[in-house]
Ligand binder design. Sequence first.
Ligand SMILES: [Zn+2]
Length: 256
Amino acid sequence: MSRKFNNVVVSIQAHPDDSEAWNAGTLKLLKEKGYHIIIATMTAGGMGGIGSNEAKTIEIRLEEAAKAAAVLDAEYYCFEGRDGYLFDTAEMRRRVTSVLRQVNAGIVMTHLPMDYHPDHRVACNIVEAATIVASLPNVPVKEKALEVTPLLYHTAPIALTDPIGAPIAPPHFFVDVSSVMDTKREMLQHHHSQKELMKVMHKMDNFFEVVYQGNKDYGAMVGVEYAEVFWQHLGGGFQRDPQVQEDLKEFVKFLK
Ligand SMILES: [Zn+2]
């Protein structure tokens, strides 16, 4: 009997390294449960270079992203938006819907609507819009409509605040990723180019350590060593089946 939502998860974030930073541990746990994993980025991160021009940076970062995805035997797609200049266009929405249909997506993950980074917010809009129509036959893409609209989940950056510093709604659930931190570290380490960039951009000495500390802080909120956090998209047009929460039930924690 086939399940209502396919065991195919597509993590679509704005930049190479976003999936690795925000939800790679959970992707690894889903892979161990038999899910097929696809990692996609809206841009190739061309502005994220220090000492390399945009074209060269794109080349470097696509290679880093593909290597990181390969750790999970995941396919990697880039939707070729421009880093820092990502716009929500009909073409970008169509590209995302096409890929969701090609891979028969059951679960989609993307940024929060109120994320700190403008590209993340735009990526979230594109992904939500492309997902909600994935099962509609009149959408102008050549791939056949999905039988069911995929479930949509949102991931978080380090701080649980919106762009003006106000606290956002607590995560719907936490995933204990303590047992898969080695995999997450291995994936993130492929993004060598970002260590230098984050020193300049955010004055972070070690971006990777900042990410791990974030996972540690989330873990402390629910009594585990390291955690990632999620919100399920519960707005109209999406179903509310808690498939990820149930498939990862031994790892899922809730705030008391
Ligand atoms: Zn990003």
